[in-house]
Design a protein around this ligand. Structure first.
Ligand code: ADP
Ligand code: MG
Length: 599
């Protein structure tokens, strides 16, 4: 370093505190955007010109507009338009949801028929569909139901009286909308992270509950913007019903201007009313979107009237009395009870893995694995990435289907029911029941982001074990106090740190009082300083008698808690033994190489 640079450094060093002291005297000059100002002025001029022309050109006929805007026939037409929009939306989204669920179902017949329906109805223009329905009377004269034995007619209605223009309109709009809604809802379902499906399945939640409580509410976020687009399209699309001579808003206006020949003022009547409908719909959309975004952002800004709406919602759903009930439950619990905090013995289950193999295509991921993990044992699985650790773990609760061999937990065959010497493959519904005893904690936590911490924990016990609400809440508070998060019961997962989220995920797994808990790299997604708090809880669990299987890269932790270490590589168990044996005296070179790398 030269003398001059040294000198410079010194002057800077001594000057620094002076600058810091004068911070509050700084003047802040906001950034200027001249182009923005110019374009704003330009836009203002254009808007004023348009408004000027609209209100000064007498041919717009605003006096005639005023005369008709609130007239009775227009209001009747308007109410019909609104009614049709509401019915079309309700029926369309109902059948659309069913179609979307059918489309993503595993049954080829269901998904194929749904695809065909959507293909067909999206292809036909609405106006053609409406005309077809209107003329159905030419094809079929009547609807007839007769007694097949005597031939005596029980019901016999002519189509023309049955299919009024209004009925044809409802059917046409519903058929058309459900096809479009179905695709929007399917898109929403596909946008939900696969981890959510897996977490719900691992908790053993019934399929219907998974769809309507876990997947669809999360799908709503991507469904709503396009869905509302579709509803707005529907509201406008009702104007097409004039072909059925159904006096909705547009048809009514047409009838009037054909009589008085004031075309422009009456079209403006319709235009302004459509604008009003769209504005109301946009406002509703805004509030509903906000409702479904709960838990997604860390802090939410308030909308106008938000307090009133929140109050109304908590009144409808009885939330206040629920929180009062929670307070009461909390008071009755004595958290100082040593049985709660400390070691609570539970009965674990033995796991037997028998000649298990599994391939993904040509890639043999598990190669004839044999393993016995006694009840209450703590096993740590280590090994390089891609060696099949996750696949083995996921096979134990049948999130992964094995190709060969068998796995039993507590002597029950996973995925099968044994009767004599025959194994009957279980249906998804029965597999979900098997999973209740086998909890799983994921690397990415997979908490349900749209539910509070408390709701995440009580969901599975109530749904799968028919636990009473009060009991589930009491048990949830116990568990939360055990993982040190009692004060976070009403937080949403995204408002928690990673370590806290994983502790909630562990509490959620424990709520089912499982006999086996599988951990797949529970601390890999955590910042280093948060790893400890999660390992601490697992360490406590290791003393409870529950069978634990932990895939981990935390060698020290594995050394401390595990009674057996398994080293896997390329789908094979290379080495198995006590922590002392495997870590201090590995028998295989490959184990030694791996340990050299990670230690
Ligand atoms: P580990 O957990 O030990 O890192 P995994 O059990 O996740 O390893 O994966 C083992 C191998 O199986 C990897 O080569 C991985 O690419 C492959 N694999 C895992 N899941 C799938 C899947 N769903 N489809 C295809 N290949 C998969
Ligand atoms: Mg893995």
């Amino acid at each position: 370093m030269t003398a001059s640079s040294e000198l410079k450094l010194n002057t800077i060093d001594t000057a620094a505190p002076k600058i810091a002291r004068s911070h509050k005297n700084y003047k802040i000059v906001p950034a200027r955007y001249p182009m923005r100002t110019i374009s704003t002025i330009f836009a203002a001029i254009i808007i004023s010109l348009i408004l000027y022309s609209i209100f000064t050109n007498p041919r717009w006929g605003w006096d005639i507009f005023a005369e008709w805007f609130f007239s009775e026939p227009v209001l009747v037409g308007l109410s019909r338009t609104i009614l049709l929009t509401i019915i079309g939306t309700i029926l369309g989204s109902f059948f659309g949801t069913l179609l979307a669920l059918a489309r993503v179902s595993k049954s080829p017949l269901l998904s194929g028929s749904s695809w065909a329906y959507i293909w067909f109805l999206r292809s036909i223009p609405l106006i053609v569909l409406l005309l077809l329905l209107n003329n159905l009377g030419y094809l079929y004269e009547s609807v007839k139901i007769s007694n097949p034995f005597t031939g005596e007619a029980l019901i016999d209605y002519p189509i023309v009286t049955l299919l009024t223009p209004f009925a044809a309109a409802i059917i046409g709009l519903t058929l058309n909308q459900s096809a479009f809604f179905a695709e929007i809802i399917r898109g929403g379902i596909l946008s939900v992270d696969n981890g959510q499906h897996e977490a719900a399945a691992a908790l053993g939640l019934p399929q219907k509950r998974q769809a309507f409580k876990i997947v669809l509410p999360q799908a709503m976020r991507s469904i709503l913007p396009t869905g509302f687009n579709e509803i707005i399209g529907l509201a406008k699309g009702t104007s097409m019903l004039y072909v059925l001579a159904l006096p909705e808003l547009f048809y009514t206006v047409q009838v009037i201007y054909r009589r008085n020949l004031e075309v422009i003022p009456l079209l403006m009547v319709a235009t302004i009313w459509y604008l009003v409908i769209m504005t109301v719909l946009s406002i509703i959309q805004h509030y509903i979107e906000r409702h479904y975004s709960r838990g997604v952002v860390r802090t939410q800004s308030s909308l106008p009237f938000q307090n009133k709406i929140d109050q109304l919602i908590s009144f409808i759903f009885n939330k206040r009395s629920k929180i009062a009930l929670h307070q009461k439950i909390k008071q009755e619990l004595s958290f100082n009870d040593p049985n709660l905090k400390g070691v609570k013995k539970t009965k674990g289950a033995p796991i037997k893995i028998d000649n298990v193999s599994k391939s993904f295509g040509n890639n043999k991921v598990l190669n004839n694995i044999n393993l016995y993990l006694p009840a209450g044992s703590v096993t740590a699985i280590i090994g390089p990435s891609g060696s099949g650790k996750s696949t083995l773990l996921r096979s134990i609760n049948h999130l992964e289907r094995i190709d060969e061999g068998f796995i039993t937990v507590n002597n029950d065959f996973i995925g099968y029911r044994k009767q004599g010497d025959t194994l009957f493959e279980l249906k998804e519904k029965e597999i979900l029941k098997q999973r209740i005893d086998i909890a799983m904690v994921f690397q990415n936590f997979n908490l349900f982001p749209h539910m509070t911490v408390l709701e995440n924990i009580i969901e599975a016990p109530i749904q799968t074990k028919n636990m009473k609400y009060e009991d589930a809440v009491a048990s949830a508070f116990n568990l939360l106090s055990r993982v040190g998060l009692l004060d976070k019961a009403y937080s949403y997962p995204r408002q928690l740190s990673g370590g806290q989220q994983q502790r909630v995920a562990i509490a959620r797994a424990l709520a089912l009082q499982p006999k086996v808990i599988l951990f797949d790299e529970p601390t890999s997604a955590l910042d280093p300083e948060l790893v400890g708090e999660v390992l601490e809880i697992i360490k406590e669990l290791a003393l409870t008698g529950t069978t634990l299987v932990v895939v981990t890269h935390e060698i020290n932790f594995a050394y401390e808690i595990a009674d057996t270490i398994i080293f896997m590589e390329s789908g094979n168990i290379i080495e198995k033994g006590s922590p002392e044996a495997v870590f201090h005296n590995p028998q295989h070179q490959r184990t030694q190489d791996f340990l050299n790398k990670v230690l």
